[in-house]
Design a protein around this ligand. Structure first.
Ligand code: GLC
Length: 449
């Protein structure tokens, strides 16, 4: 990866953020897109949205959960595909400020999260399902498109002018229009002139229209909206795939599928959510974990419980995540995942097998000290060329989540040559001598018959 400029390092080091999908759609309780997915009547939806008045919204409470959860930044949907704005935009009256709540939710969110010491971001959907010109596109409605596109540019400028320092701007919904159509280059130029240090995600429209007859990738698909020239970080969605050459952030739901509040939702267990964070960190990226607050403005209890459990884990084991480097040094998938930081290697153990010893094969670097970070207990160990054996592990897992062993080495952790690659990678001949140690015969005793 290219060197990360100092003003963006906070993002790379954070590793963990909170994604918040909230808007009038929460009232319906079918995620964030019922308007389109259920082909709702636009007028009825607008009426519902204008009456939406969440009485329990208290941004300080959300910020407190993010803080206690060990998250370092947040991104709130300022405007989703339904077009309803959560701030006081002078370009529309379809907003929480002009309609029933008479409140600027974006400002309340920004103030509370900044006050809690968190970095702040805004999600902004380029598309707006209410506007026929969006559907028509510039080919069929050039004048309508110009007006709509100008509206988008105006709103982005407004958010970056009137709301203080915004750390992350998270576009979505470019589909099916190209970067040229959205005038994304111009947009990014304007954004950087207003806020030179802002981080902009990669969903600003595909750089070229797909060849005739091919299907444009919808938002959320692999490579959706990707554009090499624009976008400071990648946004793998519902999967955790490392990108080389730039920072990336995997966005994931804490539920099963939808981003907005959903009645009857199922929740992923805390260990699965934590595993997504550990996997992202192990691969050198961030996890932004989503929550869809209730129509009344509260974070669902199930989410708070899970966020806090992970936060408590991070309070003890955070050094293995925040500011860590990708660390899949040795083959370790049977037990867990690894991260590293300086001379330290962290073994994050997903499966505690209750044995008193744990052997890690293939670590080249000498270990100076081993600690079970979870309890602070120093661990005895032996290390030979190929094996590190840690001793004195408790039978009972020391945490319900993942215990972590910290290995302090005498240099940056490195694998032995044979262990640099995983089983299916690298030159297979590197293992021939190892296989042949028992002889070349297929018989159990190694002797040829
Ligand atoms: C997808 C969904 C959208 C959601 C986004 C978050 O694009 O369609 O509703 O906001 O993912 O990454």
């Amino acid at each position: 990866m290219k060197t990360i400029p100092d003003h963006w390092k906070w993002f790379y080091e954070s590793r963990y953020g909170m994604f918040i999908h909230w808007g009038p759609y929460a009232v319906i309780g079918h995620g964030e897109q019922p308007l389109f997915r259920e082909r709702l009547d636009q007028r009825e939806y607008t009426e519902m949205a204008c009456k939406w008045r969440p009485k329990k919204f208290d941004a300080k409470k959300w910020a407190a959960v993010a803080k206690a959860g060990g998250m370092k930044y947040a991104v709130l949907t300022g405007r989703h595909h339904d077009g309803f704005c959560l701030w006081d935009s002078k370009y529309t009256d379809y907003s929480s400020a002009k309609q029933a709540p008479k409140r600027d939710f974006v400002r309340e969110y920004l103030d509370a999260f900044r006050a809690a010491g968190l970095r702040v971001g805004l999600y902004y959907s380029l598309l707006d399902w209410r506007i026929p010109a969006y559907w028509e596109g510039p080919q069929h409605d050039p004048a309508g498109w110009d007006t709509f596109c100008q509206y988008v540019h105006n709103q982005v400028r407004e958010l970056l002018t009137d709301y203080g320092k915004i750390d992350v701007f998270w576009f979505d919904g470019a589909w099916p229009h190209s970067a040229q159509t959205w005038r994304s280059y111009e947009l990014v130029k304007m954004m950087r002139s207003l806020q030179p240090h802002i981080l902009i995600n990669n969903r600003l429209g595909a750089i070229e229209k797909p060849a005739p007859g091919t299907q444009a990738a919808a938002d959320g698909g692999a490579g959706a909206g990707e554009l090499k020239e624009l976008g400071d970080f990648g946004t793998p969605e519902h999967h955790i795939t490392a990108e080389s050459g730039r920072m990336w952030e995997s966005c994931q739901v804490s539920t099963w599928r939808l981003w907005g509040y959903t009645i009857g939702e199922r929740w992923r267990p805390a260990d699965l959510l934590l595993d997504m964070l550990v996997e992202a960190a192990g691969k050198g990226g961030n996890l932004i974990m989503n929550v869809g607050p209730t129509p009344d403005g509260e974070l669902p209890r199930e989410f708070v419980r899970r966020a806090k459990a992970i936060g408590q884990w991070l309070a003890v084991h955070g050094e293995a995540i925040h500011g860590s480097e990708p660390g899949e040094v040795c083959e370790f998938i049977t037990c867990g995942r690894q991260t590293k930081k300086g001379n330290n290697l962290y073994l994050i153990i997903r499966f505690w097998d209750r044995r008193p010893t744990l052997t890690l094969a293939g670590l080249e670097t000498r270990v100076k000290k081993a600690t079970l970070l979870t309890t602070g207990k120093k661990l005895a160990f032996t290390q030979s060329a190929d094996y590190l054996t840690l001793k004195g592990l408790p039978a009972e897992p020391p945490t319900d989540l993942f215990p972590v062993i910290k290995l302090e080495c005498d240099g940056p952790p490195q694998a032995r040559p044979w262990a640099v690659h995983r089983l299916w990678q690298g030159d297979p001949r590197r293992m021939t001598a190892w296989a042949a140690a028992r002889g070349t015969s297929v018989w159990a005793d190694g002797k040829t018959r």
